[in-house]
Design a protein around this ligand. Structure first.
Ligand SMILES: *Cc1c(COP(=O)(O)O)cnc(C)c1O
Length: 236
């Protein structure tokens, strides 16, 4: 990584934090109530460390293998780590003790596997329930209509603790359409909070990425996950 790349990442983080603070205040939140997650996929340890030093709140990783490599390289040192990607049941065990929050729990079955592995590790794992808010075939996530019954099932598990909801709304250029999905998530979040289920705390609503995080915050997001806005376009 060149010095210029490092400066670019630092500049991008500062810019994102400014925009987050402004959007938070406009939405009646305090800037510190919004958690900035750096979505670090495909960025090497050095670049991740630059984002950490620049002051992101959390690192978020998508793939278990990539997470373990960068973890060994101390990429995330000093910040909490979230898992935000598709999680296969047989990989859950590798995350235990390493991630403070698994944001992408997309089924009751996955929650059960996490519960079992967390029990073995002697911990209680914080999770978010991922909602397929656009009901897209191509996406994982709990159907909005099944969210309440899924939440009730998952609440019975002793070694997971539901801390909120996460969503990746359908790709769209239209702002009104984006806001529609964010508003629906916000409503689900409020409705579940009102139920006051045991073992479920609606502390976090994770939605909004580089293209739409300010709109997401206006609609009530308390976690935003930024990749491109921090690291630039990914080279696939
Ligand atoms: C990659 C990724 C992001 C960040 O996407 P950008 O559009 O680059 O900000 C956020 N959330 C998840 C789950 C991701 O995989």
């Amino acid at each position: 990584m060149t010095e210029e790349e490092r400066r670019e990442i630092i500049h991008n983080v500062e810019e994102a934090k400014r925009k987050i603070a402004a959007a938070a205040i406009a939405a009646g939140h305090r800037p510190e109530d919004i958690t900035l997650v750096a979505a670090t996929k495909m960025n090497g340890a050095e670049r991740v460390r630059a984002a950490v030093e620049a002051g992101v709140d959390v690192c978020g990783e998508n793939r278990v293998q990539e997470l373990l490599e960068k973890y060994e390289q101390h990429a995330y040192d000093g910040k909490p780590l979230h898992f935000i990607g598709t999680l296969q049941s047989n990989k859950v065990k590798y995350l235990m003790g390493k991630v403070s929050l698994i944001e992408s729990v997309s089924s009751i079955k996955l929650a059960r596997v996490i519960d079992k592995e967390a029990a073995k590790a002697g911990i209680c794992q914080d999770i978010l329930l991922e909602v397929n808010i656009g009901r897209e075939e191509s996406k994982l996530g709990i159907d909005p209509d099944e969210l309440f019954s899924a939440a009730e099932e998952i609440a019975k598990l002793e070694h997971v603790h539901v801390r909120g909801l996460m969503a990746i709304p359908p790709k769209t250029q239209l702002n009104e359409e984006k806001t529609l999905y964010f508003d629906r998530m916000s409503q689900l979040f409020i409705d579940i909070s009102a139920k006051k289920y045991d073992n479920i705390a609606m502390d976090y609503l994770s939605m909004g990425m580089s293209a739409d995080y300010c709109e997401a915050i206006s609609c009530g997001a308390t976690i935003v996950r930024l990749g491109t806005a921090i690291f630039g376009a990914r080279q696939y």
